[in-house]
Design a protein around this ligand. Structure first.
Ligand code: NAI
Length: 475
């Protein structure tokens, strides 16, 4: 088996944590039981690009139990948990000497070159060809396949220009080496039945591609299942934003001024958590609806410019870019903490920060750095501006990820087994499946659901068995 992880000897520790996680992931375990004999993913060759954590290990092994052949990478250079990666490679039946699990190409602290090398490896099936399904988080695997196919069609890969980001130069370099006259990427794209996408930022990319007519295969937007974005993005971040801050800095949050940029699902979770720790939380927003929500939830809403000099903790949650600029960081208090929990690292202008004349970067420990300005004040940047909950901590806990990943598995089954029902486009799962995911998580929390009477169901115009809300309902 081909794979590349940090240290296979960590597999035993990983396996023990996977076993603990399985108990906390009732949705995934119920899906394993439901499909144990049908094995609907038999014949599926799934390439996954999603943070290689313990929770993801339970997802991967669920896909395998349902019959899939899987290859995996992390979707972030800092988010891999090395013991999880090792345990997945070894597999439940294998040993360190004789691994029998899934090929994983991921370790914590990859360089960007290594990151894209890993993605390329996981997209290449042993014996030739590529996957027939992608499970993506942020859209990097989907992007590589699309760009490869686009440049093969054009017959040329563009040269990098000076204004390009370092990462884009690396991608172009990879494509220069892998775009072939045999049309490798075109064939990979043609073999793919569909992609299921995990996060807001990746979904945004998919809708853009569909709008511009460049999307090459159908996609299921897993993020916008209610049981994903209204749970993982909100309650998951409510947990892991504090975990990231604590493990990175252990600074007391109570009494501090914290600025949360963006009040979408992630921002709502982060602001709530920081307030729960006793911080005075200030929100920035561009959308009047979200700004009004933040105000009614009791937060001060103002511009970053107004408060950049008085806040102690900054968390960006927008999925947008240049939210905190180098100039902003130059105006911050000494030892202000600057962090991002959105998908990509361009929310904080790290490239601009590195170019400030005389600025000095000092590593406190991996993924925690001070940047000292010529005037002597310094700021603390977490995870080099990448998502801090996965860079400095271990991401969301198992129970909430069970909701997200149950949606992922259902979406994979849906696209793989009913391919002809999904012409190229971007879809969300039907509401009855969303309700099913929620239902699978109720018992574990001791929730007792009230049952509608037939008369009540008729009165509000729904079926006794659901779905209980129209598609336009917003929760
Ligand atoms: P969302 O679209 O619900 O929220 C983003 C909010 O930011 C919106 O309300 C938008 O109006 C606001 N915004 C945009 N530009 C802004 C600006 N210049 N200043 C202030 N506010 C601005 O998106 P969601 O679901 O909250 O996701 C946000 C990001 O977090 C995405 O990149 C997503 O992929 C990522 N994500 C990260 C997770 C993690 O574990 N780290 C988990 C889930 C999502």
């Amino acid at each position: 088996m081909d794979f590349k992880v940090a240290d296979l000897a960590l597999a035993d520790f990983g396996r023990k944590e996977i076993q603990l996680a399985e108990h906390e992931m009732p949705g995934l375990m119920a899906i394993r039981r439901e499909y144990a004999s049908a094995r609907p993913l038999s014949g599926a060759k799934i390439m996954g690009s999603l943070h290689m954590t313990i929770q993801t290990a339970v997802l991967i092994e669920t896909l395998v139990e349902l019959g899939a052949d899987v290859r995996w990478v992390s979707c972030n250079i800092f988010s891999t948990q090395d013991h999880a990666a090792a345990a997945v490679v070894v597999g439940p039946q294998g040993t360190v000497e004789d691994p029998k699990g899934v090929p994983v190409f991921a370790w914590k602290g990859e360089t960007l070159e290594e990151y894209w090398w890993c993605t390329d490896q996981a997209l290449a099936w042993p014996g030739g060809g590529g996957p027939n399904m992608i499970l993506d988080d942020g859209g990097d695997a989907t992007l590589l396949v699309h760009k490869g196919a686009e440049y093969e069609k054009a017959g040329v890969v563009p040269s990098a220009s000076e204004g390009d980001s370092e990462e884009w130069k690396i991608i172009l370099d990879l494509l220069h080496r892998t775009v072939t006259s045999e049309n490798r990427w075109t064939q990979v794209a043609e073999g793919i039945r569909g992609v299921t996408e995990e996060t807001t930022t990746g979904v945004h990319r998919l809708y853009e591609m569909f709008k511009s007519g460049t999307l090459l295969f159908p996609a299921i937007n897993v993020n916008d299942s209610v049981t994903k974005s209204k749970f993982d993005n909100k309650y998951g971040c409510r947990h892991s934003v504090i975990d990231g801050l604590n493990r990175a800095t252990d600074v007391l949050i109570g009494g501090k001024v914290a600025v949360v940029c963006g009040y979408g699902d992630v921002g709502k979770g982060c602001a709530d958590a920081l307030r729960g720790q006793g911080a005075r939380v200030i929100v920035t927003e561009i959308d009047p609806i979200c700004a009004l929500q933040a105000a009614m939830d009791g937060f001060q809403v103002t511009t970053l410019d107004e408060v950049v000099g008085i806040a102690d903790i900054f968390v960006t949650t927008t999925g947008n870019y240049d939210i905190i600029t180098a100039d902003d960081m130059g105006r911050m208090k000494h030892q202000a903490i600057v962090s991002n929990i959105g998908h990509f690292d361009n929310e904080i202008d790290m490239a601009g920060l590195a170019k400030v004349p005389g600025v000095v970067k000092t590593e406190i420990k991996p993924q925690v750095h001070t940047w000292t300005f010529p005037d002597g004040h310094s700021i603390l940047v977490l995870a080099e501006g990448r998502l801090m909950n996965l860079g400095c901590a271990t991401g969301h806990p198992s129970f909430v990820m069970s909701n997200s990943f149950t949606n992922q598995v259902i979406a994979q089954i849906e696209l793989f087994t009913k391919t002809e029902e999904y012409p190229i486009g971007v879809y969300t799962l039907p509401k009855h499946l969303d309700e099913k995911v929620a239902r699978l998580h109720l018992d574990a929390l001791g929730v007792k659901l009230t049952k509608l009477s037939k008369a009540q169901a008729e009165y509000i115009g729904v079926d006794v068995e659901g779905p209980y809300k129209p598609d336009h309902y917003r929760y």
